[in-house]
Design a binder for this molecule. Sequence first.
Ligand SMILES: Nc1ncnc2c1ncn2[C@@H]1O[C@H](COP(=O)(O)OP(=O)(O)O)[C@@H](O)[C@H]1O
Ligand SMILES: CC(C)(COP(=O)(O)O)[C@@H](O)C(=O)NCCC(=O)O
Length: 402
Amino acid sequence: MDHPQVFRFSTQISHLALDIGGTLIKLVYFSANGDSIEESRDGGSIVVGNNGCSVVQGRLCFAKFETRKIDDCLEFIRLNILHHSSGVQHPNGTACDKLSVKATGGGAFKFADLFKEKLGIHFDKEDEMHCLVGGANFLLKTVPREAFTYLDGQKKFLQIDHKDLYPYLLVNIGSGVSMIKVDGDGKYERISGTSLGGGTFLGLGKLLTKCQSFDELLELSHHGNNRVIDMLVGDIYGGTDYSKIGLSSTAIASSFGKAISDGKELEDYQPEDVARSLLRMISNNIGQIAYLNALRFGLKRIFFGGFFIRGLEYTMDTISVAVHFWSRGEAKAMFLRHEGFLGALGAFASYKEQSQDNSEMKPQHHTVQRAILNCSGDNVRHFPVTANLNDGETIECSISLV
Ligand SMILES: Nc1ncnc2c1ncn2[C@@H]1O[C@H](COP(=O)(O)OP(=O)(O)O)[C@@H](O)[C@H]1O
Ligand SMILES: CC(C)(COP(=O)(O)O)[C@@H](O)C(=O)NCCC(=O)O
């Protein structure tokens, strides 16, 4: 058997995909040779296969920035990506000397001129819903230990059967919420949405608790007690369950309802309790709307993505309980480790789609051949409450250049 030829090249980053949302900018980039760009070694390697296509070993890397701090993102790309992106050399000697940038989300339109002007980058725009679905399918089909359930404090990773993946409901909780029925690769329909999403949680949370950031708001919520401010069934029914309609005395009858008659001002409540009620209210509501939409189309599996979730146990538990309760155990809420990067990963995956029907795009063709998560999911429960599971995490993979 012929040994594959190994080429050396000095540059590292060949592909970059951005998802510029209402709150956060998400970046996914391919770093050849697998090292993080700050610690990069002496270049990557290309292995040329027997069919003449070259296989570049590397990693998918992730980064995120607040959209309101877009200048930080521009600086990151300028320093860490453009400086390492003069192109992967193809074995036929030609260099793909342009960094190809895919962009999705509203900001792909809103900030296209800014990126052109400041970085000389031209966006190859991709539809946001298409990218969310592409990203979810990519993760579910390629990355091991990606999807899991979270119920009663138990996290269970799921073995995804590729033949039995569709249909499913994808609920992306970003600033707002999109609900998409997914029937296959590129086969989907956005069936619903709600404006009560992650932006609502953060916006109201900032106003009500004076916190400065999402992490601070999550930290507050972790130490709060929602029963101080939520009106429970028991508060209305004199401490008893309303069992005839299946409501226990501890179920929330009315989020924030105690504030009606407590005779308290906002200052009299602990910000921790307000944050907790808010998180519960938004998560519960999304879980319920998701279930109703799953019911409309007879879908049993609901995958939740978007950065609102942030791997937070309380959020996932609330959503899971809502889905379980309303569906009487028929439907299942599932979560994704790379929850916040669906759009950016979908934009990344769209390099492949284009190259198949457009030969001009061939140098940018990639197929992810192997994907291994470096970070074990078993560590998840030991993360501090605001730790971001995706920080510093990479997916090992290789891409094919044809
Ligand atoms: N570091 C953060 N800063 C701000 N919001 C965050 C952060 N991490 C998680 N979030 C939550 O995630 C939401 C944004 O999720 P995301 O999927 O990125 O949506 P979008 O594409 O609309 O920006 C925010 O509205 C907020 O609720
Ligand atoms: C407009 C959006 C698709 C933008 O995506 P986002 O930046 O929130 O991730 C999303 O905010 C949304 O679906 N909002 C809900 C609108 C509605 O259906 O009522």
